[in-house]
Design a protein around this ligand. Structure first.
Ligand code: AMP
Ligand code: TRP
Length: 337
């Protein structure tokens, strides 16, 4: 039997942080040998909020390099750039025309981002989940590993599949589009801000002290952990709703040290912050060092990175174009002669 297919992506906006890594990329890496994988740098999504043309291409390369640095293995996985495969834009248009407007207006992420943008909301921001659905459906993906915040977009994708197959799939032996399942790990699916344990860690938080970027140098990491928000209570525990920062930092320590929950509790239950913080900082530095080293090596070899993306484009285009043709044919389009 052939392997199930996985597709996921990250936007090339700013640096990747620990939330992106623990919520998404780490899970791509851990599961990759079981699946046939497609990992995309979603640069078309990146322009749904104001962007700087001078840095878009460079940020796209950086994210692709970080995928490799985090352990994506080209033996099992294809890395490519969304805008290099025009089928993504084309399927988005086709799906747009069967997407009820109110489905998009109900999206939590749209509402949150629209509030942040104020007057400056473009149609692309509303349409963001349809482009994401196109990313997934072009590859007939079975599984989509993402953080918790993307669950609603996956539900919309599944609703679109049902709607499309109902409207245009009648009489087909197998459905034209396949319904994907989200793959959301319980631990690390929602990494919280270092300055407020009730808010998720985010690229768009104005304060850099709120997040750990994968490429932060050791001294900066130490400083961020030293200054991060804690509470006056002694002894560290998981799952106390009154102590969101404590839960978040302890979870980070558990995941990054590779220890079990029980081991972490035994080790840290009697610690004060003064003892825990340096331990967390050094654990973080040790976990990120290999990623940072590999990143530098990949970024120093531009022609290698370009060849990875060129090959990725070829492999991705072949599958994407096949699905696009099936979709167009089901919708009644004539094929170019
Ligand atoms: P984005 O930065 O919005 O492109 O997100 C890329 C991936 O990282 C998605 O799968 C998100 O669900 C995941 N992600 C983003 N922020 C967090 C966070 N704070 N905790 C866990 N996962 C996250
Ligand atoms: N919307 C996702 C995010 O912000 C990024 C994304 C775009 C994505 N297309 C995708 C994730 C397809 C998984 C599959 O995190």
């Amino acid at each position: 039997m052939s392997k199930q297919r996985v597709l996921s992506g990250v936007q090339p906006t700013g640096n990747l942080h620990l939330g992106n890594y623990l919520g998404a990329i780490r899970n791509w890496v851990e599961g990759q040998s079981q699946y046939e994988n497609f990992f995309c740098v979603v640069d078309l999504h990146a322009i749904t909020v104001p962007h700087d043309p001078a840095t878009l291409a460079e940020n796209t390369y950086k994210i692709a390099a970080l995928y490799l640095a985090c352990g994506i293995d080209l033996k099992d996985s294809t890395i490519f750039v969304q805008s290099h495969v025009p089928a993504h834009s084309e399927l988005t248009w086709l799906l747009n025309c069967i997407t009820p407007l109110n489905w998009l207006e109900d999206m939590i992420q749209f509402k949150e981002k629209a509030i942040k943008q104020g007057q400056n909301v473009n149609a692309g921001l509303l349409d963001y989940p349809v482009l994401m659905a196109a990313d997934i459906l072009l590859y007939q993906a079975d599984k989509v590993p993402v953080g918790e915040d993307q669950k609603q977009h996956l539900e919309l994708t599944r609703d679109l599949v049902d709607r499309f197959n109902h409207l245009f799939g009648k009489g087909q032996k197998i459905p034209v589009l396949k319904s994907p399942n989200p793959l959301i790990r319980s631990e690390g699916a929602r990494v919280m801000s270092l300055t407020d344990g009730t808010k998720k860690m985010s690229k768009s938080d104005p304060s850099d002290l709120s997040r750990i970027n994968l490429l932060d140098p050791p001294d900066l990491l130490r400083n961020k952990i030293k200054r991060c928000k804690t509470d006056p209570v002694r002894g560290l525990v998981f799952d106390d709703p009154a102590r969101p920062e404590c839960h978040n930092l302890l979870t980070l320590y558990m995941i990054l040290s590779g220890k079990s929950k029980e081991q972490t509790i035994t080790e840290c239950q009697d610690m004060g912050w003064g003892q825990f913080k340096p331990l967390l900082a050094e654990t973080m530095i040790a976990a990120l060092q290999p990623i940072q080293d590999k990143y530098q090596a990949v970024m120093n070899d531009r022609s290698y990175l370009e060849s990875v993306l060129r090959e990725g484009k070829e492999k991705a285009s072949e599958i994407a174009n096949q699905t696009l043709n099936q979709v167009k044919s089901a919708m009644g389009y004539s094929m170019p002669l």
